[in-house]
Design a protein around this ligand. Structure first.
Ligand code: SF4
Length: 442
């Protein structure tokens, strides 16, 4: 973990309040919606889980079907093995078409591959059009939460970032950003969106949002590029009903998001709007590794609702910038070790299980965390210590011989335990063990 960021987050009362109140609001919204349909919601979760599991188990077939249908509708599919391949394709296309302004709607996949940096370093202006992302971009920061990128900003900070009058209201700030972004939509040559779902049997890209900026990004510019991890594919349009109902409820406590756009290829003859060209960039960037591991494959079922972050006692204390990669919270802990060198990340969890209880696609995050812990490289000393610990704990008579440890009251923060104990406050050790008390009673 990023210890400096953790210390800063823990020591910043304003930030703690911002994280707590925003995540609590979203969690409460979810609670209310689920309470309206408790049994049905659990059934929907199970169906969402089953559809995702089935799709991941047959993903090669569904991706081929998706490609056939995108091409049949006049679109192009680009398979990108790495983030660089995806960025290079987009940069080259912009150059070939003489585009020097791109509008983007919110996409964590584009954050994952640092797409903005690649475009900007090639002289292509790139403007985020989701309000939270726009604020974060102007502040030169990264998203703090997968669905609420500017969750950590106060209205005062946003006023400063947007260079608005000091007494601006939230509505005035929104109107100001809206006016600036309108011009960009009209000038941009390419619009980039992410994708919440890719429908194999129709070749449609489904984008779910609340602001309408994704709809504008995909229809106002001449060229639309949808960038998505290949795991976003689902078999049929009928499956969407399940996901749309659990996604909005789990994310923000809405019954349905405000806009659900079905984007299928370029504008056809007779259609009043839409792009002239459409490209779907399907990104691997390490996903095949996760897919190949049957036990952890279901990590790819994530629909990025953010509910696990909102309910995670660790995320709610340390915030989004304490994690080493773009995906934070519980889902970040099971995805990140497959993508960057962070085998220690799964250990940063209390394993309370709140994430698994709320996940709309029933990803068993604690189980995957334990598997990742098991696989994490360990030093010989650590392995030996764990073996000894296991031996002592499974031999009651030997265990009792260590009762002197309790008389120390506190473990000494020295030797090999020093670094570990510096980060933790352990409770005082009890003077009499359970076994001793049990014996006395009998
Ligand atoms: S792991 Fe589950 S709860 Fe967390 S963001 Fe993904 S879908 Fe939502």
């Amino acid at each position: 973990m990023k210890f400096v960021q953790i210390q800063e987050a823990l020591g910043d009362a304003r930030l703690q309040n911002a994280i707590y109140s925003a995540t609590a609001r979203m969690a409460e919204g979810r609670r209310i919606r689920v309470a309206e349909m408790p049994d049905e919601f659990q059934e929907l979760r199970q169906r969402a889980h089953d559809i995702k599991q089935h799709t991941l188990d047959h993903i090669d077939e569904y991706l081929e079907e998706l490609e056939r249908n995108v091409v049949a509708r006049g679109g192009h599919v680009i398979w990108a093995n790495t983030g660089k391949e995806a960025s290079d394709f987009i940069v080259d296309l912009a150059r070939q078409r003489g585009v020097n302004l791109i509008v983007k709607s919110k996409s964590m996949t584009s954050e994952e591959i640092h797409l903005n940096d690649a475009l900007e370093s090639n002289g292509i202006e790139t403007v985020e059009t989701d309000l939270g992302e726009y604020i974060i971009q102007l502040a030169h920061e990264k998203p703090y939460h997968i669905i609420a990128p500017a969750l950590h900003k106060t209205i005062g900070q946003v006023t400063e970032i947007l260079q608005a009058p000091a007494d601006s209201t939230a509505e005035q700030l929104t109107a100001l950003a809206r006016a600036k972004l309108r011009e960009k939509f009209l000038q941009a040559g390419i619009g980039i969106t992410g994708a919440n779902f890719l429908i194999a049997d129709s070749g449609a890209v489904v984008v779910v949002e609340n602001e309408g900026n994704a709809r504008l990004s995909s229809s106002a510019p001449r060229i639309h590029i949808a960038l998505a991890g290949f795991e976003k594919v689902i078999p049929r349009a009928q499956d969407l009903e399940v996901f749309l109902r659990v996604l909005a409820r789990s994310a923000t406590g809405q019954k349905l998001s405000v806009y659900t756009s079905f984007l299928a290829g370029p504008r056809r003859e007779g259609e009043p709007d839409g792009p002239d060209e459409f490209y779907l960039v399907l990104l691997d960037n390490g996903r095949s590794r996760v897919l190949a591991d049957r036990n952890k494959r279901h990590s790819l079922a994530c629909i990025r609702c953010g509910a696990c972050l909102n309910h995670c006692p660790v995320y709610r204390k340390i915030g989004g910038y304490s994690y080493p990669w773009v995906y934070s919270g519980p889902i970040g802990k099971i995805l990140t070790p497959h993508f960057i060198d962070a085998p220690w990340l799964p250990f940063a969890s209390s394993l309370c299980g709140a994430c698994a209880e709320v996940c709309p696609v029933k990803i068993d995050i604690p189980k995957i965390l334990l598997e990742l812990r098991e696989e994490a490289p360990k030093s010989r000393a650590e392995k030996l210590a764990m073996r000894m610990f296991a031996w002592v704990m499974t031999h009651p008579r030997i265990y009792e011989k260590f009762s002197w440890v309790r008389r120390m009251k506190k473990l000494p923060a020295a030797g090999p335990l020093k670094a570990w104990l510096e980060q933790r406050d352990l409770p005082d050790l009890p003077q009499r063990s359970f076994r001793e008390q049990w014996r006395d009673r009998r």
